[in-house]
Write a protein that binds this ligand. Structure first.
Ligand code: ADP
Length: 167
């Protein structure tokens, strides 16, 4: 069995991301899956890297083979350093396909041994994205259907809302 990466911004981690991790894990073909927080130095994320890593750790703690790490560099450089050859990515629909396809091919140009494995989302998570969650959270909408409870709590705090949520 080999190790795999699941790279992304996870800003914040959603039930859609967790579904992909669970599917990858249930395939039983990976010894380890590292959720790799790919930090873009030009973008200010919702949560600082350490806080977001702790949140991702908390939401994946039921799966012993899932680890969490971060990188500010190229995913392929991280993969080479850690001897990992496979990245897992989720596909929601045709809109994801174009971007994912070019990223997968670019990663292979950068690192010829590197492969990307795509897993389909679930139909009710097709329109779920971190940016949608950020918008709904900012407006005080109900986000529990989109993110795990501990993420919802953090988001409410972030946007200055109480435990009840709606403003
Ligand atoms: P990035 O900014 O690198 O695309 P994201 O955190 O937005 O990072 O997404 C990481 C991966 O998870 C991507 O492959 C994306 O397509 C996938 N993903 C995001 N939301 C969902 C979802 N609702 N269902 C399945 N996969 C998803």
């Amino acid at each position: 069995m080999q190790a795999a990466l699941y790279p992304g911004s996870f800003d914040p981690i959603t039930r859609g991301h967790l579904y992909i991790i669970e599917r990858a894990r249930d395939m039983g073909i990976f010894s380890e899956i590292t959720v790799l927080l790919a930090v873009n130095p030009n973008k200010a994320p919702l949560f600082p890297t350490e806080e977001n890593m702790a949140l991702i750790r908390q939401t994946t703690s039921q799966w012993p083979e899932v680890q969490v790490d971060s990188t500010e560099g190229l995913v392929t450089d991280y993969a080479q350093r850690h001897n990992i050859r496979v990245a897992i990515r989720g596909l929601r629909g045709v809109t994801d396909f174009e971007n994912e396809f070019s990223m997968a091919l670019t990663n292979r140009d950068l690192s010829p041994d590197f492969d990307t494995l795509f897993l389909m989302t679930r139909s009710d998570y097709m329109y779920l994205s971190s940016s949608l969650v950020r918008q709904v959270a900012q407006m005080g909408g109900a986000i529990e259907q989109f993110v795990p409870d501990c993420v919802a709590v953090k988001l409410r705090k972030k946007f200055g809302q109480g435990a009840g949520g709606h403003v």
